[in-house]
Design a protein around this ligand. Structure first.
Ligand SMILES: O=C(O)CCC(=O)C(=O)O
Length: 288
C-alpha cells in the first residue's frame, strides 16, 4: 500500500464542503510541459472551428471544450493519469480503485462568459454519486480569469437536478439555476501547481474571464470502480462500450486510473465511430 498523498484535514474538508484545493500536487515543471501539450491538443482539435467568440452559442461562450484528449494525444495521457492526482482522487472518494469517466480541456478565452451554476452528476447516466472532478488551471485561476465558485455542502443536500447549460432558454436556465443555488458560491482562486477537486453533486460555477489571456484548464472526472449505469440518459462514456443499465461501468473507454502499475498508462480504446460531420468538426471528441 502506498503512503497517502492527502492528510485527513484535506479529506474532511472535501467531505464537508464538497470541494477542496490541494496545494503542490504537480510540479511547476510538469505543469509547464503539460500546458504546452494540452494547448497543442486543443489547437489541433479546434482546427476546423474559426468562429469568433461572438458567433458561438451561449454555452460555447463559457469555454472551449475538448474531451478525451488522453485518447488521441499521447502527450496529454500522463497528465490525465497523473499518479499523485489520481491517488488523491481515490483518497477523497475513499475508493480502492477509481476509473476515468473522461478528461477534458476547458479553455475560457478572454471575454468568455461565466460558467452557469450546475451539478455534474445529472449529466451522466451513473447511479452512484461517488465521483469527482480534478480541475487543473495551468497558470492558476483568479477572480478575474474565471476561477470556480462552489456552493459549500450542496453535495449533501439530496439535490440532483439537471441544469441545461447547453441550450435551455434564458427563462428555463434561470429557473434551473435557482434550483441548485441554495446559497452564494464561494469563489476560490487556485495557484499554479494546486489541483481543485469537486464532488459530482457539488453545485458550482465560474466567473467570466475579464483578463487578456485564456484561462487554460485541464480536468479529469474519476469515479469509484464498481459504480453502475443508471437507466436514463445517453453518454459516450458508457454507450461506446455498450454498458447496459444496472451494469458496472467498466471498459477500456473508462479505464482504471488508480492504482496503475508504476509507469504504465491505459491504452486508447477504439476511436468513436459514427459522429456527425458537425460534431467531428467541433473538436469536442477524438477524431479518427
Ligand atoms: O471550468 C469551468 O469554467 C467549469 C468547470 C466545470 O463545470 C467542471 O469541471 O465541472
Amino acid at each position: 500500500m502506498k503512503d497517502n498523498v492527502l492528510d485527513q484535514s484535506t479529506i474532511n474538508k472535501f467531505r464537508h464542503d464538497g470541494y477542496v484545493v490541494v496545494p503542490d500536487l504537480i510540479s511547476l515543471d510538469e505543469l509547464g510541459h503539460y500546458q504546452v501539450a494540452v494547448r497543442n491538443a486543443v489547437s489541433s482539435r479546434k482546427r476546423f472551428d474559426s468562429r469568433p467568440l461572438a458567433a458561438r452559442s451561449r454555452y460555447e461562450r463559457s469555454f472551449l471544450q475538448c474531451m478525451n484528449l488522453w485518447e488521441d494525444f499521447p502527450d496529454v495521457r500522463p497528465l490525465t493519469f497523473h499518479p499523485a492526482i489520481t491517488q488523491a482522487a481515490a483518497e477523497l472518494l475513499d475508493a480502492d480503485a477509481i476509473r476515468l469517466w473522461h478528461d477534458q480541456a476547458l479553455f475560457k478565452e478572454s471575454g468568455g462568459r461565466l460558467t452557469d451554476p450546475h451539478q455534474d452528476l445529472p449529466y451522466w447516466p451513473m447511479t452512484e454519486s461517488d465521483a469527482l472532478t480534478a480541475w487543473i488551471p495551468f497558470s492558476g485561476s483568479t477572480l478575474a480569469s474565471g476561477c470556480l465558485g462552489y456552493i459549500p455542502g450542496s453535495h449533501q443536500l439530496g439535490i440532483r437536478k439537471l441544469v441545461n447549460i447547453f441550450n435551455a432558454s434564458e427563462t428555463e436556465l434561470a429557473e434551473q439555476v435557482d434550483a441548485v443555488s441554495v446559497s452564494d458560491p464561494e469563489f476560490v482562486e487556485v495557484p499554479a501547481g494546486s489541483v481543485a477537486f469537486h464532488h459530482a453533486l457539488t453545485a458550482h460555477c465560474a466567473k467570466p474571464n475579464s483578463t487578456n489571456d485564456t484561462r487554460e484548464v485541464h480536468t479529469m472526472i474519476f469515479f469509484r470502480d464498481g459504480n453502475t449505469r443508471s437507466d436514463r440518459g445517453k453518454h459516450f462514456a458508457v454507450d461506446r462500450a455498450g454498458i447496459k443499465a444496472g451494469a458496472p461501468i467498466a471498459s477500456d473507454v473508462t479505464p482504471i486510473a488508480w492504482p496503475l502499475p508504476a509507469g504504465k498508462l491505459p491504452s486508447a480504446p477504439e476511436p468513436i465511430s459514427g459522429l456527425s460531420e458537425e460534431i467531428r468538426r467541433s473538436g469536442a471528441y477524438p477524431l479518427t
